[in-house]
Design a protein around this ligand. Structure first.
Ligand code: WT7
Length: 640
């Protein structure tokens, strides 16, 4: 198998040079974790008051830097203003229509202070919760940083989520304020957001205020006494607003993600530990230098955008690029155009995007001068070796190392990834754990499976950036992550470790799918489908997909009635978009008379997965499948 050592030029200038330096960091962190993180926390972050303990570990509850006082907004803004970064670009933003804004640290600070004063004037303060439902515009990080400044815990809801999904999140969080926009631009069309907020708020008594930023200028009904235009509230707001010294463990944000039940989990992150590890990984993984222009293409509605567009890059004093729209608008070379235009040096995207680029053809990237690139990253799902090779050759011109970064919403920061100036890459492997991370691959009893064997990926020790709990549900937190293999964090991924200690992530082993790097829960989709009046039962599985990694395939049994399957199939897809969001729409709906079940009544998704993978049962959307025979056969095996 081919390995790719770090290009010499790159290694010579990297923050971490060579395997020896990498090992030394790793060993130190493993042997003396508290000393290691404590020193780093002093170097990398500004504290109003120092902590009393680096770590308090009452499994499974961790406190990092307890007693320390810190503010994320201050670390991302204020502390840079007394350095040459004051007038450095913090955010370079390009809207889909081609509009552009460049905000220096000083300017971003001004905007954040003004908006924080708006929130303050509306009566919001530390301990309150805000929902942010916005397009990819600079006001989104402004809103996050303004909340962080005051200690208001924010929860960003991806703009692709429907009113129903938004409502569930507002209710779960009991948010007092919703920060949104009229809409944003995607594929040349306006995607309206405010109507979804209006629909959601019919059932959200906790919300006192809705603050609406004007992005598209389209007609937007406002409810008097509840809805306020951002620019109007801001008119008289002062341009300074002190950052609240908050406890290191103060919840910075909650981000909802799909779990194995119908109800999304509110992953709750703290402040000090979170900031520390994302800042450290900006150097270890992205090898960030002062002069770099760094671009992560994720949406801020997901954790990647939180950690690696907003908090990580800004805390590290980087220039972070943000793009509002679709990669293929107006043409399939939009990303390459942006790289050329802004001379992007570090580019971080997803395997799904890479596979889509491959399909569009090399002529699109080849048209552009991308010689500014020096490092490439990948995240969200396993990257297949052929996509890796293409990325390396066609985009990186064999000059740029690739960092395949493994992590999760729960882990907060990258945990397994090469350090690009040190660790030789093997296409398809996320390579080695980062300093302070102690993973293992084990069987169900927690015993290591040994070299090259498949098993469950676990993390043996707490790390600063880890989730602290599930919002309002510490019991589920404990059961979900820490009880199956007691004392260890269960990732939900299968993995294999090779003789060099490299990790190969094999995908989810729970009822979670990964579609285009977006996490979807089979249970959540199934619950959405059975809420439809025609549906009796539903079983959802992931089907391998050339571009998106997996695609949603739903098996559905119907209630009595005379149904037109073509129409109903389309109707159900729309229904899922309504209940969850457009990105969750099943690619395939397959109607069947019965679902394969064990004698105890559990749906055998394993069998359905086989069917969609090998296509042993020919399926188009309209056939009623008789799974009875298969069921009888397979249920015998399953009960044994
Ligand atoms: C799941 C987490 C954290 C960023 C975005 C996704 C899969 C993530 C990789 C990778 C193989 C990966 C895992 C993980 N995943 N990165 N480099 N190689 N798989 O966050 O929605 O919380 O999903 O994404 O299955 O458990 P998420």
């Amino acid at each position: 198998m081919a390995t790719y050592p770090p290009p010499e030029d790159f290694a010579k200038r990297a923050h971490v040079q060579g395997m020896e330096a990498c090992r030394a960091l790793y060993d130190r962190a493993k042997e003396r974790p508290e000393e290691f993180w404590g020193e780093l926390a002093e170097q990398e972050l500004f504290w109003f008051e120092k902590w009393s303990h680096v770590l308090e570990w009452n499994p499974p509850f961790a406190k990092w830097f307890a007693g320390g006082k810190i503010n994320a907004s201050y670390n991302c803004l204020d502390r840079h203003l007394t350095t040459p970064r004051k007038n450095k670009a913090a955010l370079i933003w390009e809207g889909e229509p081609g509009d552009q804004r460049i905000l220096t640290y000083q300017e971003l600070y001004r905007l954040v202070c003004r908006f924080a004063n708006v929130l303050k004037a509306r009566g919001f303060q530390a301990g309150d919760r805000a929902i942010i439902y916005m397009p990819m515009i600079p006001e989104l990080p402004v809103a996050m940083l303004a909340c962080a400044r005051l200690g208001i815990t924010h929860s960003v809801v991806f703009g692709g989520f429907s009113a129903e999904a938004l409502k569930a999140r507002i209710q779960d969080l009991s948010a007092g304020v919703v920060i949104t926009a009229d809409g944003g631009w995607r594929r040349g069309k306006e995607v309206k957001l405010k109507p979804a907020v209006d629909e959601a708020l019919a059932d959200c008594p906790s919300v006192r205020d809705v603050i609406v930023h004007r992005r598209t200028g389209s007609d937007t009904p406002m409810q008097a006494g509840r809805d306020w235009w951002w620019h109007e509230l801001e008119q008289n707001a002062s341009e300074t607003c002190p950052a609240e010294p908050l406890d290191s463990e103060h919840p910075l944000f909650v981000l909802y993600t799909s779990g194995t039940t119908g109800k999304p989990k509110g992953i709750q992150h703290a402040t000090g530990g979170y900031l520390l590890q994302i800042t450290a990984t900006m150097k270890w993984v992205f090898d960030l230098k002062e002069e770099d222009t760094y671009w992560c293409t994720a949406d801020i509605g997901w954790v990647t955008g939180h950690s690696y567009i907003v908090y990580g890059p800004l805390a590290a004093g980087a220039t972070s690029l943000m793009y509002e729209g679709a990669p293929d608008t107006p043409q399939p070379d939009r990303f390459w155009r942006i790289i050329e235009k802004y001379r992007v040096n570090i580019f971080y995207t997803s395997p799904t995007a890479i596979r889509a680029f491959i399909r569009q053809g090399d002529q699109w990237p080849n048209r552009h001068d991308m010689s500014s690139l020096r490092l490439l990253g990948s995240v969200g799902e396993p990257i297949n070796p052929s996509a890796w090779e293409w990325y390396y050759k066609v985009i990186g011109k064999e000059r740029c190392p690739i960092v395949d970064t493994w992590w999760q919403t729960e882990t907060g920061s990258i945990l397994i990834s090469p350090m690009p100036g040190a660790v030789p890459a093997k296409p398809g492997s996320a390579t080695l754990p980062l300093p302070g991370i102690v993973p293992d691959v084990v069987d169900l009893n927690g015993n290591p499976v040994g070299v090259d064997r498949e098993g469950f990926l676990i993390i043996r020790r707490p790390w600063p950036c880890m989730l602290r709990t599930l919002c309002g549900d510490p019991k589920r937190y404990e059961e979900n992550y820490w009880s199956r293999i007691p004392g260890n964090y269960l990732t939900g991924d299968a993995a294999r470790r090779d003789a060099d200690g490299y990790y190969w992530i094999l995908g989810r082993v729970d009822d979670v799918m990964n579609v285009s790097g977006h996490r979807l829960s089979t249970m959540e989709l199934e619950s959405a489908l059975v809420r439809h009046p025609a549906v009796a039962e539903a079983a959802v599985v992931g089907k391998p997909h050339e571009i998106t990694g997996q695609a949603v395939c739903a098996f559905v049994t119907l209630k009595r009635g005379d149904w037109n399957h073509d129409e109903l199939g389309e109707d159900l897809r729309k229904w899922v978009a309504h209940e969850i969001g457009g990105f969750a729409k099943p690619e395939q709906i397959r109607f069947t008379d019965s679902l394969p079940k064990t004698r105890s009544g559990k749906i055998m998704r394993r069998l359905l997965r086989e069917i969609v993978t090998s296509n042993t049962v020919a399926g188009d959307v309209t056939t009623l499948e008789d799974l009875g025979v298969l069921t009888a056969l397979a249920s015998q095996q399953d009960e044994e």
